[in-house]
Ligand binder design. Structure first.
Ligand SMILES: Cc1cc2nc3c(=O)[nH]c(=O)nc-3n(C[C@H](O)[C@H](O)[C@H](O)COP(=O)(O)O)c2cc1C
Length: 281
């Protein structure tokens, strides 16, 4: 698979592993990147004290892979200037900004030649950040795991509208875990997918076994949206796990695989899924 997104990021498959705080560490990121996707290293925490460990994690990732990878920069962290210093000092090539307005940090990132992907939950935000000069838009629907936007526009609705609204590559996120989801995203006009929940349930992800097993047990209806401060998070229902984030697509996931197996299975099945569709046209 080759398109403007894979060319821009220098990756083989248009599959991105979304940043997931400390549980998307060096092993997961390197496994995804080594399998031809793009791993995204999460933040270690919300305190500036976590920055030295984060820098170590970036170095560890570089030691584990020669392939492109990204780091996640939630805009709301209270140590954004220091985090940018680490990014520039460690010569990180791709930054996945999220959870806020990237406009104040964009000039600095672009001045250092960093490719910027930004996660948005609405067409309005997509237009604003595309006009400001981000390179890639990740359109994340409300079925996603993790922090989600108040209006919870679904991936199916959001992606084609964002594709129509901007001229840069769009990545679909939220509710994708297999080749059918990847194909659907491409059909909606996206150039790739970002998955969180599917990559959480992998051997390399450092989420707890309890968290992974709860997702394996989850059905499609087993998540809830919980207010956290002024934001919302999609989490598993309390009876499955008291405090674990997961997307609705957790209902589809039935085994813990390696990140490489996830990517291999998706890319191996995409042609047969496409042919199945073609017979109906
Ligand atoms: C447990 C968990 C933690 C997450 N943490 C972050 C995060 O720190 N930063 C971020 O940008 N997105 C975060 N996300 C969102 C993912 O990067 C991704 O966009 C999302 O999971 C896609 O939806 P899916 O779960 O349906 O695949 C998180 C998702 C999950 C499931």
């Amino acid at each position: 698979m080759k398109n403007a997104l894979t060319d821009l990021l220098g990756i083989e498959h248009p599959i991105i592993q979304g940043g997931m705080m400390a549980i998307s560490g060096a092993e997961l990121v390197a496994a995804v990147s080594n399998a031809g996707g793009l791993g995204v290293l999460g933040q270690k925490g919300n305190s500036p004290d976590t920055l030295p460990a984060w820098r170590e994690e970036i170095r560890k990732t570089k030691a584990l892979t020669d392939k492109p990878f990204a780091v996640n920069l939630p805009i709301h962290v209270p140590f954004i200037a220091e985090a940018l210093d680490v990014i520039f000092e460690e010569e990180v090539q791709v930054v996945a900004t999220a959870a806020g307005n990237p406009l104040p940090v964009l000039p600095q990132l672009k001045a250092h030649g960093v490719t910027v992907m930004h996660v948005i939950p609405s067409v309005k935000m997509a237009r604003r950040v595309a006009d400001a000069g981000v390179d890639v838009i990740v359109a994340e629907g409300g079925e996603s795991g993790g922090m989600i936007a108040r209006d919870r526009v679904s991936t199916m609705v959001l992606v084609p509208m964002v594709v129509d609204a901007v001229k840069i590559p769009v990545v679909a996120a939220g509710g994708i875990a297999d080749a059918r989801g990847l194909l659907a995203a491409l059909a909606l006009g996206a150039q790739g997918v970002q998955m969180g929940t599917r990559f959480l349930v992998t051997k390399e992800c450092t989420a707890s076994d309890d968290h992974k097993e709860a997702i394996l047990r989850a059905q499609d209806t087993d998540t809830r949206v919980v207010p956290i401060g002024r934001a919302n998070a999609r989490m598993l229902k309390e009876e499955l796990h008291p405090q674990a984030m997961a997307g609705q697509i957790g209902g589809m996931i039935t085994s813990v695989e390696t990140a490489g197996e996830v990517i291999e299975r998706m890319t191996a099945a995409i042609k047969s899924e496409f042919n199945r569709m073609a017979t109906m046209l």
